[in-house]
Structures are given as structure tokens and as C-alpha cells.
Design a protein around this ligand. Structure first.
Ligand code: FES
Length: 286
């Protein structure tokens, strides 16, 4: 006769209850007696494990679908897991990304920020969004690189690109973590730390509506308006290779050392004076 789900659950609870009752009794015995019971339990379990191993071996050969169906039963699954006869399910890519983000959340939350998974673009790209204070903190690039990106790559080695959809940093002028405080010198504003600008890459920034890019090649740092000379589209989404930035929109190319447009020689990106003060990068805005 087929058992209903309710009957199965009742039986399961009774079986577990019975084990608990005996465990409680044994726990009151002296140590020597407990060791004997433990050995007896291990011997019976070994016998069961061997029997189950043989059963699985046969089922795998003769009736694999039936084995799969049997494992869907929580009791069968639990017992086989207990005997280490089946592996836990491999977490999906999304689950592993969420696990990775969980590891960095305490740090972000301590700064009143957080991170959200926006999209998985197979085979190798993940898009995330910084929220809360993290979304407009000047250190967000560092947070992305050293925290979030590293965690995701550790949990998901198949992911090689982690992109922040709010990658542009909005500088509010507020004193958010002292390294980013405004310089005392007139017209010069501390906008980032040197190590926030990827070497050979770009750091986009925004201050009071002015959109800039800082570019770095080793110790040489330049600042330009984040605006393509073609149709004034943002440049920070472009690709940089060997010091040449290619605008994503229609392919205009720029030499990042001089700001010259290689597609239209003689034209230059609007440059802003940049200097270093310790590990800070200062830009002259006025
Ligand atoms: S806007 Fe940059 S190439 Fe057209």
C-alpha cells in the first residue's frame, strides 16, 4: 500500500524521536558504556554503508533514473549524505556569486553601503551595483577591485570580468574618509588616490556635474574631460590598449599621454592639470 506524504512524515518523526530517546538514555550512562554503544553504532553504520554502496553501484548500472528519483526523498538523501555516498549539490554560478558577495557585505555595511548582483553575462562577466554610501564614495573603485572583484573571482574562477554598473565616482566634496579630503590649495581638489587609478587604465570621476577621467601609466597621471570629441559621448566605457583609448561608441582613438585624437590628428581632449600630493591625486578645476 502506498504511504501518503503525511504518513511518511509521521513515520520519519517517530524514527527520529526514537533515536533521540535512546541517545538521551545513553548520555546518562558512564563513559565506558557510552564507548561500547558508540562502537556498536559505528559497526552497524559501517554495515549499512557497505550495503548502500553495493545497492547504489547496482542501481547506477541497472536503474539510474530510479536511483535519482529515490535520492529526491529527503530521508534517502539525508542518509546517503550522512554516509558520504553522495556529494552535496554543486551551487549554481548565481549562488556562488551571492556567497562571494556575502563575504564582502559586512565590510560594506560597516560603511553604510551594500552591493547588488545586477547581471551574469556568460561566459565570464558579472555586473554588480554598489548601493548606499558605497555608490558615491570616492574609494568605490578600490572597493570594487580589492573586495568585490576578488571575492567573486575566488568563488567563481570562471568569471574574469567584474563590472560595476555605477562605476563613475561622484565626488560630493564631503570629507568621506580623510584621504579624499579637498586640498587646501586654491583650485586644486583631491579627487582620488593614486592606487585607485588602474595602471594603464581609466578612473572616471564626477565632481559638481563635471565628468572627468583620470588615466595613469605608472607614475604619470593625466586628467581629461570625459567627453569624446566626436559626439561628446562618455569615454570611460571605451577600451584602453597600450595607452590608446578607443571610444566605445564609434571608434575614435586617443593617445592618453597627450590627449590627441588619433582619428582626427591635431584635436585634443580637454585636459585638466593634475599633480600628486603623497598618494593623493589633485586636479585643478578652476
Ligand atoms: S562619440 Fe566617441 S566615437 Fe563617436
Amino acid at each position: 500500500m502506498v504511504q501518503s506524504t503525511t504518513e511518511k512524515t509521521q513515520n520519519l518523526e517517530e524514527l527520529i524521536g526514537e533515536i533521540s530517546r535512546y541517545e538521551q538514555i545513553v548520555n546518562q550512562w558512564d563513559k565506558n558504556q557510552q564507548v561500547v554503544v558508540e562502537r556498536l553504532k559505528e559497526a552497524i553504520e559501517s554495515l549499512h554503508k557497505e550495503a548502500l554502496t553495493r545497492l547504489i553501484k547496482t542501481l547506477k548500472k541497472e536503474a539510474f533514473p530510479a536511483l535519482q528519483e529515490a535520492v529526491e526523498d529527503e530521508l534517502v538523501y539525508g542518509v546517503l549524505r550522512y554516509h558520504e555516498l553522495i556529494k552535496p549539490p554543486t551551487p549554481s554560478l548565481k549562488q556562488r556569486i551571492e556567497q562571494a558577495l556575502e563575504t564582502v557585505r559586512p565590510g560594506l555595511k560597516s560603511h553604510h553601503g551594500d552591493v547588488e548582483l545586477i547581471a551574469i553575462k556568460l561566459p565570464d562577466t558579472v555586473e554588480v551595483k554598489l548601493v548606499g554610501t558605497c555608490s558615491n564614495c570616492p574609494a568605490s573603485t578600490l572597493t570594487m577591485k580589492q573586495g568585490i572583484e576578488q571575492a567573486i573571482k575566488t568563488y567563481c574562477p570562471e568569471i574574469t570580468k567584474v563590472v560595476s554598473v555605477n562605476h563613475t565616482v561622484t565626488y560630493t566634496g564631503e570629507k568621506i574618509d580623510s584621504p579624499f579630503a579637498t586640498s587646501q590649495e586654491v583650485g586644486w581638489v583631491a579627487l582620488a588616490r593614486v592606487d585607485e587609478i588602474p595602471n594603464g587604465g581609466i578612473l572616471p570621476l564626477e565632481i559638481e556635474g563635471l565628468k572627468l577621467i583620470l588615466v595613469r601609466k605608472d607614475n604619470i597621471i593625466k586628467g581629461y574631460r570625459n567627453s569624446c570629441m566626436h559626439l561628446a559621448m562618455p569615454l570611460d566605457t571605451g577600451e584602453v590598449e597600450n595607452g590608446i583609448l578607443t571610444c566605445l561608441h564609434h571608434g575614435f582613438k586617443y593617445d592618453l599621454e597627450t590627449g590627441e585624437c588619433l582619428t582626427s590628428p591635431g584635436m585634443f581632449l580637454e585636459a585638466y592639470p593634475v599633480k600628486r600630493s603623497g598618494d593623493k591625486v589633485l586636479v585643478k578645476l578652476a
